[in-house]
Design a protein around this ligand. Structure first.
Ligand SMILES: [Zn+2]
Ligand SMILES: [Zn+2]
Ligand SMILES: [Zn+2]
Length: 157
């Protein structure tokens, strides 16, 4: 149902949302698809309701919450694609294009209540003037969208 990118991309983003974005604790109304898994608002059949994990559990979300998560993932991947192709970013430089992608991503992440990014190398909160790069980490059951200092001291100061 999304208007984002190719079907393949939309399907991949949808799978990622189902794998990583559904809260672990759900009330019965959310478990049965009556309420949005994110905002708890009641759901009605139609384009404003998005099926999640339909095959196994019947979880559903509202289009507003779902779209905000798609935007968070899309802006992350746009930023990631830039940084993996840009020689300046690969060298740990303070790239203005990367800062632009990062700002878009952080704006989208703020809408869904994400805390400011932590560096996965040193676990420190990343300051706005520090160079940050997105990096995927493969976990046991899902891919984690992670962030690292471009030049990480690797330990807490
Ligand atoms: Zn919702
Ligand atoms: Zn760059
Ligand atoms: Zn770090």
């Amino acid at each position: 149902m999304t208007a984002f990118g190719t079907n393949q991309t939309a399907a991949r983003l949808h799978d990622l949302i189902v794998q990583t974005e559904i809260p672990l604790r759900l009330i019965p109304e959310q478990q049965s698809g009556i309420s949005c898994v994110w905002c708890l608002n009641p759901l009605y059949d139609g384009p404003e309701t998005v099926a999640l994990d339909e095959a196994s559990r019947g979880l559903r979300g509202c289009a507003r919450c779902y779209t905000a998560r798609v935007e968070t993932l899309e802006t992350y991947y746009a930023w990631l694609n830039h940084c993996s192709a840009c020689p300046y970013c690969r060298d740990g430089g303070a790239c203005t294009v990367s800062f632009g992608y990062r700002a878009l991503h952080q704006d989208a992440a703020r809408v869904i209540g994400r805390p400011p990014p932590l560096c996965s190398g040193c676990f420190a909160e990343v300051q706005a003037d520090e160079v940050l790069i997105p990096k995927l980490r493969e976990g046991s059951s899902a891919t984690h969208l992670s962030y690292f200092h471009a030049r990480c001291p690797r330990r807490r100061r």
